[in-house]
Design a protein around this ligand. Sequence first.
Ligand code: WTA
Length: 641
Amino acid sequence: MSEGRVKVVEKFPPGRFAETAWVREGRVYEEAGRDYLAFWERAAEELHWFRRWKRVLDRSEAPFYRWFVGGEINITYNCLDRHAESWRRNKVAIIWEGEPGERRVLTYGELLREVGRFANALRSLGVERGDRVTLYMGMVPELPVAMLACARIGAVHSVVFGGFSARALADRINDCEAKVVVTQDGAFRRGRIIPLKDNVDVALREVQSVERVVVLKRADNDVEMHGDRDVWWHELVAGKSPKCDALPVDSEHPLFILYTSGTTGKPKGVLHVHGGYNVGVHLTAKWVFDLKDRDIYWCTADIGWITGHSYIVYGPLSNGATVVMYEGAPDYPSPARWWEIIERYGVTILYTAPTAIRFFMKLGEEWIKGHDLSTLRLLGSVGEPINPRAWLWYHEVVGGRRCPIVDTWWQTETGMIMITPLPGVSTLKPGSASRPFPGVFAKVVDENGEEVKPNQGGYLVITRPWPAMLRTVWGDPERYVKTYFGTFPGMYFTGDGARVDEEGDFWIIGRIDDVINVSGHRLGTAELESALVSHESVAEAAVIGVPHEIKGQAVVAFVVLRDGVESTPELKEELRRHVAEEIGPIAKPEEIHFVSMLPKTRSGKIMRRILRALEEGREIGDVTTLEDVKAIEEVKRTEQE
Ligand code: WTA
């Protein structure tokens, strides 16, 4: 955001929240700091283990760290059986609302049975421990059911966001060599139907590994079922036993792969495991959201992203919480939808993204006013830096000035929230993510890895391993080492810039690598550029992120066309469509500029800084301004090298 370093005008101490919060005293930080392994060990003791670990952390093959070594666990036992065997058996686990308006409620007892049935169904298709299953679905209860069913039998799920295209889906299936795909006929989105099954059919033309496709009937759109390969969900589970014991697996057994954009064209398969991930998401969900049994917790993320994995499914369920899940668009049929949901179910904790907050801010308060939001007691934010103006609006209009806001910084790779306030302890400053969670160690360093002074900007690094950290990049351990531990020896590099103020609070500036954050979704510039150049008219392309009022950042592309190709408005549209086909609609460039050359360093690296400057100066209209680019290139070349 462009508000830059806004002075902190107001601070928000925890007030009455501290009276009842799980964590009320700042000494947890010191305690965890003194012996962080003992701290995480105590956290692990809150979970059920089939066999206790022998060592908390093994660093012998760093940076391939192993946590709770020798332990046996199954995350689904902690998310389901533990509660179903207790007084929570008939407690509501999931309150689901479909976009067209249907409602479904699943208790812990029912969820356990649904998961057991689908786990047995997967086994009947030949899915075994360690096999990969790709889940390409919308926000339906069957998605968490399928995730938990995979985990229950030791299979590894890879959820692919339903907004990704057939091509992006094919790449992700191929990378992890999934044996089974679970999808649905179609998903509802803003009153339309996204044809997920059709996309699967297209994707599978380029895939060898998939043997079976399970199709949930949801939108009732026409689909083609392929003979021996495809099977309807309802037919598959019919007659299957709801009982399927959780398979005890090693702490380090793979739980899921989730693809995320990096600085090269190919998305990375981030791997998380049962043990450490369970410990990390359990404790952070409990402490950051102050989750209590009476809470109605709603995280508005899509399960296709890490936020949904960790804080719709695994973290809250591990705590036995009641979770609200909504299928559709926030403004369907009107921008009152979210506020109706909060009122209808008495939501007490709302966890959402700055882009959504800014969206509602822009629409005006009238959609919110008139809804009873008095049940809310805590608000959360994630995905990108929240600008102070949006923070204050969220605090006042949504939270009625009584709810603390937890601005949580973390990543797909970290698995769990890393830098965040603790609502019963922290004094909040709008725009700051506060401090590293107890037992997490972060600092801001310069290019030599030396810690910088207060308020000086630098690179955000994590200096010690943490339980929910990614274990590797699927199929590419070298990339894991190089991407995350290659920049600063012995430290995990986040890819983010940040500063720490004189009181020790962190202010995240945002990505400093070639990653663009559009509405909280990560897109690699390289990925976008390779999508553009795969079009026959394009010779070269460069992509940058520019500030956007609602999305945080938007994609702007500079395209050099092949000789003889005419630069028309129709071609711009076609290229935007092409990118949507290659990656997904979220990746569509906001703007495309046709240029005759791109500014580059002598070594051939595109100088995005110049493109950004040009874009912000709004100097580039079309091909006629090419010479400007050329001129700037000459000037900057001498500056850079
Ligand atoms: C950004 C999402 C500032 C950051 C959980 C990070 C944030 C990237 C915040 C990870 C926040 C996330 N303040 N920036 N509270 N939360 N980010 O992997 O740039 O989709 O590196 O994980 O989002 O995005 P990812």
